[in-house]
Design a protein around this ligand. Structure first.
Ligand SMILES: Nc1ncnc2c1ncn2[C@@H]1O[C@H](COP(=O)(O)OP(=O)(O)OP(=O)(O)O)[C@@H](O)[C@H]1O
Ligand SMILES: Nc1ncnc2c1ncn2[C@@H]1O[C@H](COP(=O)(O)OP(=O)(O)OP(=O)(O)O)[C@@H](O)[C@H]1O
Ligand SMILES: [Mg+2]
Ligand SMILES: [Mg+2]
Lengths: 225, 225
């Protein structure tokens, strides 16, 4: 599902040059439940952003579901993301002026799914993340962990084939993390939805089937359990 | 140093009423290294915000360093915070258009500390959080964990008597978390700086001398080790 070859990303600006990703070769197959780990600053978020096309690599090839991302224009990348990928960003990126329900259903509206089905799926996913009854609250009214759970719900509700999750449990207590990860693992086994986590959470490393360790923008180890 | 009695906070708006804090009595002494823990939504951030005067309680008394917060106006609260409290917010709240150095030295400028001393202290604190050389970068150029470490540096550099830290390690790997917490604990023992953490991190719970557990806006247990 994901195939990258010699991907590199260098940030340039203000007279400095940061080699965030320095040559990564990687293949992720459909249905994997994989964690990318590594020290702060080792390139995890940058790498995830190149896989989704949110950021363009300085060099290298990226194939997602058989499509070469470097040949796609902005609109094609955007459509591809909308229909294939669910995102959980490291900062939750919820829209503060939309309600919880509107934040979650947004992607389904873009996909043309009708209102009654959207309402049903929002209600179902809120149950999964234990926020039943929160439909009409706004992000500024939520605790850190509650916002994070809304972000998780939003990523999953459109049934994408790939979930890219950057620190999905950073602000959650272990009971909530456990519940959330077990739900994701269950979906992974039932629907073959691919999960790629970027994380420091030992709980995710423990539950993942494969753990890839980054160090200074390169792969240091790649362990299948 | 902190004495609260029957503190309550109810959020009202949009036809809903959320009783975030439902009656907390608590005394924190100078020099404590204490963690407030509890499930997501249990009131930890709300409680911290009432202690610092960033939010006003719906009811109850709050004494900070002998001063009654409810008798202070906006300017007095602001001056009190500037001179006494260092904040680490759950979302890092760095100013994106200021450099790392400017973000950290901001409070010292308000306190009238001269430029050469500010430069020296910024350099020293950046060493402590392992970000030497990052003076002229901007927050959007930093990884999640790097932004968090700048927020920690900013909270500590003005030598406050009290540090309120909301999830200071949420985006950090365990090696960085360990280093950071050991530094804080060392400062705590050397200078009697009081630390009050709100967290889900088992590492902080382990290193704290006292662990207060919240549940549904009230104290469920209070354990001194
Ligand atoms: N500005 C607000 N308006 C309305 N309700 C709020 C607001 N801020 C927080 N709340 C509610 O108050 C309750 C406590 O929130 P708080 O942020 O204190 O929790 P917390 O213990 O810090 O949780 P977490 O571990 O997830 O950060 C939650 O139910 C939350 O939805
Ligand atoms: N927009 C940017 N401009 C310049 N440099 C950047 C930018 N974004 C990230 N970097 C740098 O690239 C490197 C890798 O950052 P990245 O965010 O990928 O790390 P990470 O592994 O996700 O870290 P963390 O665990 O702290 O989130 C860091 O040194 C960071 O400072
Ligand atoms: Mg990151
Ligand atoms: Mg909180």
């Amino acid at each position: 599902i994901i195939k990258v070859k010699n991907v590199r990303k260098t940030y340039r600006g203000n007279g400095i040059e940061v080699k965030a990703v320095r040559g990564i070769d990687l293949t992720i197959k459909s249905g994997e439940f994989t964690a990318i780990v590594g020290p702060s600053g080792s390139g995890k978020t940058t790498f995830l952003n190149t896989i989704s096309g949110l950021d363009s690599p300085t060099d290298g090839d990226i194939m997602l579901n058989g499509k070469d991302l470097r040949k796609m224009n902005g609109k094609e990348l955007s459509d591809m993301r909308r229909d294939n990928i669910g995102f959980i960003f490291q900062s939750y990126n919820l829209i503060p002026v939309l309600t919880v329900e509107e934040n979650i259903e947004y992607i389904m509206m873009l996909q043309g799914i009708k209102a009654s089905e959207r309402k049903e799926r929002v209600s179902q996913i809120l149950k999964e993340v234990e926020l039943t009854g929160f439909e009409n609250r706004f992000p500024p009214q939520l605790s850190g962990g509650q916002q994070q759970r809304v972000a998780v719900a939003r990523a999953m509700v459109s049934n994408p084939t790939l979930i890219l999750a950057d620190e999905p449990t950073a602000n959650l207590d272990s009971k909530t993390s456990n519940g959330l990860l077990d739900m994701m693992k269950r979906l992974n086994k039932e629907t073959n939805m691919t999960f790629l986590f970027s994380t420091h959470d030992p709980l995710i490393m423990e539950k993942a089937d494969r753990v890839i360790t980054l160090k200074d923008g390169k792969i240091e180890s790649d362990e299948v359990k």
